[in-house]
Design a binder for this molecule. Sequence first.
Ligand SMILES: [Zn+2]
Length: 477
Amino acid sequence: MMSPRNKSRSITPACPNSNRRGTQNVSAPQVRPQEHCDKRHTHLPVRPWRLLVTLLPLLLHLLSDSNPLHAQRLSALAPPPTWEALEPFQETITRNDFVRLLDEVYAPGGAASEFIALSEREAAIKKTLSPESSWVLRFARDAVSARPTTRPWRSISELSPADPTHPLEGVRIAIDPGHLGGTWARMEERWFQMETTPPITEGDMTLLVAKHLAPLLKNMGAIVTMARSDTQPVTPMRPKDFRSQAKTQLAERNIFDPRETYHGPDDPYRGGSIQAESELLFYRVSEIRHRAEFVNGTARPDLVLCLHFNAEGWGDPNRPQLVDSSHLHTLINGCYSAGELRHDDLRCDMLSRLLSRAIEEEIPANEHIAAALAEAASLPPYEYPGTNARRVGDGMHVWARNLLANRLYQAPVAFLEPYVMNNAAFCERAQAGDYEGLRTIAGTARPSVFREYAQAVAEGLRRLAIKRRPLQPTVPK
Ligand SMILES: [Zn+2]
């Protein structure tokens, strides 16, 4: 779920170093141009052209890519992007495919036009905006001569034939149960409670689904890793570690004299406080970046499943507003805005995802999982009201949207948003807890909602594998 209470409040990506570095460029070098001059000129005044010639190498260095003072604009807690990592994608994509993916999925509405200069043979993508520098992608002449794409994950269709009873044999799947839950649930605004009933906390529910899902996938032969197995953060950092970055983030939003703390979830000044901003950097940015480090570095999956529950705005978490609506959608990475693409790391991340062709796996995986979830839970498709998401694929449930958690994983991602947590019927099911078999809730016999979710995801992946993976012929007995 994406911030039900304060949809407008989010981490504003920023470059914490850009201003400081800009001034360093001028004042840091201690240059004494006369030091190596002919002694005859020692007492002569310094001529402007001579000063310029002496300073030229230094100026060129300051403007070069290798210079650490080179101006970069980075999103929150982002390391500098490694454009060299895109070199293996040279000549792997035709111009037509590149433009189509940009227009239809990654940067619709010309969002990237300011940052990508297209010619017939290549695309020059801005690495930095000020001063400008570019990375050049050479297109393949045609689909036949395109070089194969190298990537750390394998398509399910290119795996060796599987026994139909173990259609996920050898498929590496990472499960990322969204959010934290436990004692962090209130801080991360994934908590609400009606009177004395048990609180509903998204991070605990996603973990419960993950614990049901993992054995179902393993039983089909998958190699499963969990991005987290309990309610403790993966990041070793805590909100107090982000005070200075929080001040920088707030200054980016023109909040120069922020409050230290806030008083409860209804404090109207919460969003402008150092405490709230530090918390966001902890649970929304640092935590996701650390999960991605683990998944990309250790798990190296063929598919990442990000488990979430959706919600409508519920207002006061102690007197939540319940709704009748219920829906389902799933997300792949895409639909970057021009504002997001002003960050150097986001342009590099977008190119990395586009060129990896993760979308060729993501669309069928998301469509199969969504179809199974819609069937099991009778959930209609969700409609995004704004322009920050775009429907993709042939069905109604899959959308492209740029989130940190579907951008950083170096593998195809299915980011799942079924159910509405503050739907009245869902609340009853969630509060009934986890149980075996069926129970009658609101007049209908239903399985535990956590098992229903897990079984539908496993069933979607089973159908995907049966359809796309070569299967071993059955030996007649
Ligand atoms: Zn969520």
